[in-house]
Design a protein around this ligand. Structure first.
Ligand code: PMP
Length: 390
């Protein structure tokens, strides 16, 4: 008789857990200082404000925050999100342009299901966000990796690929403080990317979970400022708390309708309680601006601490100088960082090897280190442990 394993679909049989999840499991198991997952420091969670917002939400006389809701999201939340998007894009954005999702990760899954058939070409940051490789990868695309430098995805390289006959249906990039390299997409490249989408007819997915954490870097307009072909993803995971699982996508209304249809089958709607909590906080005048300022200065100090500690303890490693976000990108010339990780874990420190971010699984001498989770003394110790194995 067939075992339960035998009964799984081909997709389920070939699905793989993300390397980062596996590293997080390893970190849980041992006394390992983790520079791996990009988990915000719980000390930054706005506990008091969340408590009042949750109490308000639960006490809503209509019971709205505890009831089933619309798949597209609660009006009160879509209103603040569309107003925010309108301001950033300097053009109008209606309620129907916004779909609330269960984290931006769900938006990626829905977009992949909406646009990618097996064999379709998908261009993606290289190195790029692992969760996007996973979500889009489950649709079995043909990857078109596009190099990322400190100014973000190389749009000239993308244009050359287009001219050479490549036909991506979708281009995925993280615009601000990219995961994993920390790159910020240059304003000229944002326009160029929008222009390429309009000329060659692909859809852009611009993902921006880290834009709220900026170390003096000015804000740049989103790619969607210049084209209707960009879908913009957002989330409160890094600015409020990831456990809320509240994200969103801003897209043309006819696309929102399709994504909502797909979402219906997966979770009916995002938690109304959490939507209501987030709507309450985002509607408080100046609340998010103050929050962004607090987080930015908190993480800027952490970033400096880790950079300086690495310069002392791992002098052979070149390290990026982050302009925001939660990650440092390092390189150890000649090293295979995947092999190094095993020895590092034995020495009590974890990071994510660069190969994990390659859509094509290329070996690499690079690594991603986060300063988000550990306190300054732990960051110093983690750098010392890393130095001992390098
Ligand atoms: N996009 C990027 C680039 C990310 O780094 C992450 C989180 N690590 C996500 C999306 C998913 O975030 P969320 O918690 O909103 O699902």
């Amino acid at each position: 008789m067939a075992t339960l394993q035998d009964l799984l679909t081909d997709d389920a049989k070939t699905s793989r857990s993300s390397v980062i999840r596996e590293i997080l499991a390893l970190v849980d198991a041992d006394d390992v200082l983790s520079l791996a997952g990009g988990m915000p420091d719980p000390a930054t969670f706005p506990i008091d404000d969340l408590t009042t917002a949750a109490t308000n939400a639960i006490g809503t006389p209509s019971g709205e925050a505890l009831q089933y809701g619309r798949t597209e999201g609660m009006t009160i939340l879509r209103q603040v999100l569309s107003a925010g998007a309108a301001e950033r894009r300097s053009r109008s954005c209606a309620l129907d342009d916004v779909l609330v999702t269960t984290g931006s990760q769900q938006a990626l899954d829905l977009i992949a299901r909406a646009f990618v058939d097996p064999g379709d070409e998908v261009a993606i940051d290289d190195p790029g966000y692992l969760g996007a490789v996973q979500a889009i990868g489950s649709r079995k695309p043909r990857w078109l990796p596009i190099p990322v430098d400190p100014d973000g995805i190389d749009t000239d390289a993308l244009e050359s690929a287009l001219r050479a006959g490549r036909q991506p249906k979708l281009v995925y990039t993280v615009t601000d403080f990219q995961n994993p390299t920390g790159a910020v997409l240059h304003p000229d490249r944002r326009r160029h990317l929008a222009d390429l989408a309009d000329r060659w007819g692909f859809v852009i997915v611009e993902d921006d979970p880290y834009g709220g954490i900026r170390f003096g870097e000015p804000e740049h307009p989103p790619v969607a400022t210049w084209t209707d072909r960009a879908l913009s993803l957002g989330t409160v995971s890094k600015t409020i708390a990831p456990g809320l699982r509240v994200g969103w996508v801003v897209a043309p209304p006819e696309i929102v309708t399709v994504l909502a249809r797909l979402k219906q089958a997966s979770d009916l709607h995002t938690s109304t309680l959490n939507q209501r909590i987030v709507a309450d906080l985002l509607s408080r005048p100046g609340w998010m601006d103050r929050r962004r300022a607090t987080l930015s200065s908190f993480y800027e100090t952490r970033a400096r601490t880790l950079r300086e500690a690495l310069a002392r303890s791992v002098p052979t490693m070149s390290v990026s100088d982050p302009r925001g976000g939660l990650f440092l990108w390092g390189e150890l010339p000649g090293a295979d960082t995947r092999a190094l990780l095993d020895r590092a874990a034995d020495a009590g420190v974890a990071f994510v090897p660069g190969a994990a971010f390659s859509p094509t699984d290329r070996a690499s001498s690079t690594l991603r280190l986060t300063y988000a989770t550990l306190d300054p003394a732990e960051l110093e110790e983690a750098a010392r442990r890393l130095g001992s194995v390098v």
